[in-house]
Ligand binder design. Sequence first.
Ligand code: GLN
Length: 219
Amino acid sequence: MTFPGTLDDRDTQRAVRLAGAEAVPLWHRDKDLKQVDAVVLPGGFSYGDYLRAGAISRFSPVMETVIEQARAGMPVLGICNGFQVLTETHLLPGAMLRNNHLHFICRDQKLRVENANTSWTAEYEAGQEISIPLKNIDGRYVADERTLDMLEAEGRVAFRYLDTNPNGSLRDIAGITNEAGNVVGLMPHPEHAVEPLIGSGRTDGLGFFTSILKKLVNA
Ligand SMILES: NC(=O)CC[C@H](N)C(=O)O
């Protein structure tokens, strides 16, 4: 999906192709999802992060269809700004606040995969440690205590930050899933860690895209 100000749509398309799937570019003004089997909301600064990151994109015409389809079970992955859009739509609970140190942060980040039963994480093992890039300023996940307890109890904390918490995220949460496991959002960027030749030289992020492809092919 591309919104005005999206940055990582091309890298996401590339990751989808590297996993062996077809990448279909979608545009925020078109309500039609072109019969795709899954949607990725990529990172960036959609609508310049005005008002709040993700707050305007959430009202893009396409989101009406995405919300409806996601509720009907279509797999949706929100990466960074995409995760912010997913919390704004309330497809995922909680909200993202400015990092506690008030700086934009850009570095490789170690994570633990806590839930390997979602549509996007089945190729990982629960407890597996991965390292993928993190780059944002509004990355501090917050929710009320009741919501946090519910997420923990239902195994819906999908990823947790390891080593140092980079932004003050509550309970070290890096990513969460909805109840059905088809909608997943996380702040770090799996699409930037899919080729051994670039960046950290790691391919720890490729599993997101192979997970969903395998699931759809076997469905
Ligand atoms: N990499 C991104 O998607 C950045 C997200 C958002 N604009 C932020 O700074 O928090």
